[in-house]
Design a protein around this ligand. Structure first.
Ligand SMILES: Nc1ncnc2c1ncn2[C@@H]1O[C@H](COP(=O)(O)OP(=O)(O)OP(=O)(O)O)[C@@H](O)[C@H]1O
Ligand SMILES: NC(=O)c1ccc[n+]([C@@H]2O[C@H](COP(=O)(O)O)[C@@H](O)[C@H]2O)c1
Length: 263
């Protein structure tokens, strides 16, 4: 558990290796690691589900997902709805206890400020490139591991956003890096991904690297809907893992002014 009110200790690795599978399905398969960057304030069952849907769909396209990471963003990302870093990390860790292949990465939160997502992914890529991969046969996998951003369609839709100060939300070189490596986008109500890609020259250029995943069971749980239910004094059972609900109650996170403001 991360101590509340204390800085986050720097972890030994960006990508803890506990759950990483180093035996790739076949020589020809493309090994991949999925990294979900986001707020996770709090983590929901749908954040966990998107990993499962993505892994199943990618397997049908000869992409062998050998591990996954949830990387909560730094407090200095500045979104009002962010619970503290220890709280978001603790809730994420509790939620991931039930996963055999997705790990928490606390690296982003241990930095002194917010880190751009492309930089986070590059750290993962640098570390994971050092991990020797093999197959059941003697032969080594033909492809090096790819680190791909896992996100909801709404995130891809922010790629062209220009902020109020006139600066792009995503630096052009960062978008390029992310798109070159591959991005796995889960369709989400309210975002037409085909349209998002078609209207952007850059996204169209890389459309082969954008894996669009249709959730097998549609579910639009979001952290904001969970916060809204809490603010209304309603139940969040079956939307969020039980241990996370217990943590929220134990530490009265539902009383956070920015969570209570959510209607
Ligand atoms: N129901 C969902 N379907 C598909 N993707 C989702 C869903 N919920 C969250 N995600 C994706 O998970 C990633 C991390 O989620 P994050 O906590 O940043 O967003 P969120 O749950 O939409 O939060 P908020 O409601 O506070 O904006 C994002 O890429 C987001 O699009
Ligand atoms: N330029 C960038 O790298 C950039 C811009 C906006 C959001 N992000 C990331 O995307 C995620 C978005 O989270 P939210 O959807 O909760 O805002 C966060 O992990 C954040 O760090 C990255």
């Amino acid at each position: 558990m991360f101590a509340r009110g204390a800085p986050i200790p720097t972890p030994a690795r960006v990508a803890p290796l506990e759950c990483l599978r180093t035996t790739v399905a076949s020589v020809k398969a493309q090994p991949a690691v999925l990294v979900a960057c986001g707020s996770f304030s709090p983590i929901t069952n749908m954040h966990l589900r998107i990993f499962e849907d993505a892994r199943d769909d990618l397997a049908q396209q000869s992409v062998d997902v050998i591990g996954g990471y949830v990387s909560p963003t730094h407090a200095k990302y500045g979104k009002a709805s962010l619970a503290s870093m220890p709280d978001r990390l603790n809730m994420t860790q509790l939620a991931l206890q039930s996963s055999s292949w997705v790990n928490l990465s606390s690296w982003e939160c241990a930095q002194s400020g917010w880190t751009r997502t492309a930089v986070v992914l590059q750290h993962f890529a640098d570390e994971l490139a050092q991990v020797p991969l093999n197959t059941d046969s003697d032969a080594k996998p033909e492809h090096p591991v790819k680190v791909m951003l896992l996100c909801g369609g709404d995130l891809l839709d922010t790629f062209d956003v220009i902020k109020d100060d006139g600066e792009p939300l995503w630096l052009p070189q960062d978008r390029e890096t992310i798109l070159r490596n591959g991005i796995v986008c889960i369709e989400r109500k309210g975002t037409d991904l085909q349209q998002v890609i078609a209207k952007s020259k850059e996204l169209s250029k890389y459309k082969e690297n954008i894996y669009i995943i249709k959730p097998q069971i549609e579910n639009d749980i979001s952290s904001s809907s969970v916060r809204r239910l809490l603010a209304q004094g309603r139940s969040i059972k079956y939307l969020v893992p039980d241990d996370v609900i217990a943590y929220i109650k134990q530490h009265s996170l539902h009383e956070l002014p920015t969570w209570k403001a959510q209607q």
